[in-house]
Design a protein. Sequence first.
Length: 248
Amino acid sequence: MVIRIAAVGDVHMDEDVVGRFRPALEELPDCADVLLLAGDLTRHGTEAEARCVAREFGNLGVPVITVLGNHEHQCDEVPQVVKVLEDVGITVLEGNGIVLECAGGRLGVAGVKGFGGGFSGRCASDFGEPEMKAFVRTTNESADALGRALRGLDCDLLVALTHYSPVPDTLAGEPLEIYPFLGCYQLGQAIDSAPTALALHGHAHHGSERGTTPGGVRVRNVAHPVIKQAYSVFHLGDHLERHQVSQN
């Protein structure tokens, strides 16, 4: 049983980017069962930019599933962005999941944008000013939603999709000072609370590709500046193998 998962994040679409990914995307039905987008689809989160995303990533011949990133929140047009994406059949996840019937079995994908906060030993705490408590509460609520979604899916293979990183491993290359704004350990705990086979994220443009949660789940940073191609394809089953897919 093998399920083929294509993934990319941080494509930051606008009019000047439309068409850059499409030639490689047209080949997806031959090499993947699904495309997962790890957030930051746009530059500023406008409805107009979302229409660019829809043109580039809509109607590909395989299901497309996404989470939003921090950039999608910049202009306070999230409902409009979500509607544009859903109108072309792109599934937008936020604290929920979906099960797809693939040739290799039932693939469950649970997704959430996530939030910052840092990692064990160097993280924000729910203490002090109300602003700090609100920050950490947002982090905890996001991670709790991901954990519930993962544990609630009845599937053969389970994947977690986030924008923020669940581990510090895939942030290597970023300045240490901004790690708390790139991910949080709570997402890793949520991923480890279910039989997750693979976790995908973006956000860390200068990070590293590979990591592992404390519970042993393989984590991959699929931000476009990291993978430097239209998407990566993972064969998920008894083993996980990364295949290079050149960007045209």
